[in-house]
Write a protein that binds this ligand. Structure first.
Ligand code: NAP
Length: 514
């Protein structure tokens, strides 16, 4: 069995102790093992800070962008191999695997272009300069510089390639070295991705490290110039935030956590309309793509009460056609969930939803005797659902809940808000009054609002995170923000206000793009 080693201090190193076994979630066949026990994490962080940081800071944005372009090229050259690993170790269908690996490539390319557009600058000018005194001589200007520590990235199991790349793209372009820790259960694709970059010597020494296996005390080793970007469950996020060093050293932390994303069908988009068909397609895709294990997947489906029965039947028909099985087979449309623990969690979540709602399609009974398979599950709730579970518990699998509402924008917004903050809400309507009402009502609770429309060609739906737009959300979603084009760099940089004589300040910042 393959042993996944960590890449720390510019060396591939083995952990000691009892390793964790990574399996194929479709067959439960053991594929690899990993352990982080005994690894010197403090030394690895010190190496990244002392070697990777200075090497990256010596480069301009355009030069760092060129590194990202090379990373994208190297990954592209090994795309098929990475897709195979995502299928075997992640339970992904080939199309799910492409979503992960191609997403990684596209995000790196996007940030490479941002780097190119920033040119020879090493310091990022932030906004216009301001006159501070009576005369223009006393001048102020904000600028951003890379932080001097290491960017630690802890990722969830569902996007091993994209998760690594999307975080690394912003950090490396900003000028910070990265230590990436993928979730152990699905780490094979992330491990191979780093192997490829190391083999090709794409990055300067110390710029990218990899920890495979348990995080151990990694977050507790961070100091004031370091940052920690975490994606995973709200519970783990809470534990990280509460660590004494994180509080004492004001370590910058970004949390991307749970989300009860809602999709709202407008009162004007009745069955048979193109808008209704778009909505139906997006809900079906989100429920089954990656077996529903997308942080942005639609969990709550809001439908005007008069159309609820039709939508339920249409969704049930669509779900019936989804072939669940081994993702390595071409005819399979939905693979298993990622681990046995994940399957147990999904079953428990469906049982909780079942206490207040009733199943309209599927059940939480596992399918087959090998692998972590479950059918898609659609739960149905009464109108204006005051049920607690549907707004409180994210069931991270192929599960969604149907919630009929009055058809009024304010009522739909109030239901969406019960989720206490989410990554993405989506609305399907062309009624200007309804759109205004609902967007006004949900914007403060959403990181992103997707306005579905049948005329958007090749629409990726609300579940796709685009690097040009921010990813993150308030409240339950962790309160974090990643990506968003240039905005993604801010987390990795210190904003400093320069004030002084105008010619001196202007000379310091040079002719930087603002
Ligand atoms: P998890 O158990 O919180 O694990 C996430 C990551 O944290 C893994 O790499 C895990 O390592 C690590 N970890 C576990 N305990 C830790 C600790 N005490 N200190 C530091 N790191 C620790 O979450 P998961 O079950 O993998 O992921 C599912 C959850 O992630 C879902 O709730 C989903 O909503 C959320 N998610 C959110 C987003 C988003 O962008 N908002 C994206 C994807 C997923 P090991 O694997 O080694 O245990």
């Amino acid at each position: 069995m393959k042993t996944l080693r960590s890449y720390l201090g510019e060396r591939w190193v083995d952990g000691s102790g009892a390793p964790q076994t990574l399996v194929n979630p479709a067959t439960e066949e053991p594929l690899a093992q990993a352990s982080s026990e005994g690894l010197d994490l403090a030394a690895a962080l010190a190496h990244a800070r002392s070697k990777g940081g200075p090497a990256l800071r010596a480069l301009s944005f355009a030069e760092r962008g060129a590194l990202l372009k090379e990373m994208a090229k190297a990954i592209q050259a090994h795309r098929d191999e990475l897709l195979d690993l995502a299928v075997a170790n992640g339970g992904n269908t080939r199309s799910d695997a492409k979503f992960d690996v191609d997403g990684a490539i596209f995000t790196l390319q996007t940030y490479a272009e941002i780097g190119a557009s920033l040119g020879a600058a090493k310091l990022l000018v932030d906004g216009e300069g301001v006159q501070l005194g009576r005369s223009p001589r006393f001048h102020g200007q904000h600028a951003c510089v890379p932080r001097r520590g290491v960017a630690v990235h802890i990722n969830a199991f569902n996007f091993p390639a994209w998760g690594l790349a999307e975080k690394a793209a912003s950090a490396l372009l900003a000028g910070m070295p990265v230590l990436s820790k993928p979730a152990t259960s699905s780490a094979m694709a992330a491990h191979r991705l780093v192997e490829i970059l190391v083999e090709k010597k794409v990055l300067p020494e110390g710029a990218l490290s990899l920890l495979v296996g348990a995080p151990r005390d990694l977050p507790a080793l961070l100091g004031s110039q370091d940052v920690l970007a975490f994606t995973g469950s709200g519970d783990t996020g809470m534990r990280i935030r509460a660590l004494p060093n994180i509080i004492r050293e004001s370590v910058r932390v970004n949390i991307e956590a749970d989300s009860l994303n809602a999709a709202v069908l407008g009162p004007d988009a009745g069955p048979g309309s193109d808008m209704y068909e778009t909505f139906l397609k997006d809900v079906l895709r989100d429920m089954t793509q990656k077996a529903g294990q997308k942080c942005t997947a639609i969990r709550r489906v809001l439908v005007p009460a008069e159309h609820a029965a039709t939508l339920r039947d249409d969704l049930a028909e669509g779900l019936k056609a989804v072939r669940v099985g081994n993702p390595a087979l071409e005819e399979t449309r939905m693979g298993p969930v990622a681990t046995g623990a994940q399957l147990a969690d999904v079953r428990e979540g469906v049982a909780k939803l079942g206490a207040e709602g009733k199943p309209a399609f599927g059940s939480a009974t596992p399918l087959g005797d090998k692998g972590f398979f479950i059918s898609p599950v659609l739960m149905e709730f009464p109108k204006d659902a005051f049920a607690a579970s549907v707004h409180a518990r994210e069931v991270f699998g192929p599960v969604a809940s149907l919630l009929p509402y009055s058809g009024k924008g304010t009522d739909a917004a109030a239901i969406v808000a019960r989720g206490n903050g989410g990554l993405v809400s989506s609305v399907y309507s062309e009624d200007a009054g309804f759109l205004e009402e609902i967007v006004e009502g949900i914007a403060a609770y959403s990181g992103r609002i997707f306005l579905g429309h049948p005329k958007i060609e090749m629409s990726p739906g609300p579940g796709t995170v685009l690097p040009q737009l921010v990813h993150g959300g308030p409240g339950r979603a962790g309160g974090g923000e990643e990506l968003g084009g240039m905005r993604g760099l801010a987390f990795y940089m210190q904003r400093v206000a320069l004030e002084g004589s105008r010619p001196v300040v202007q000379k310091l910042i040079g002719s930087q793009p603002s």
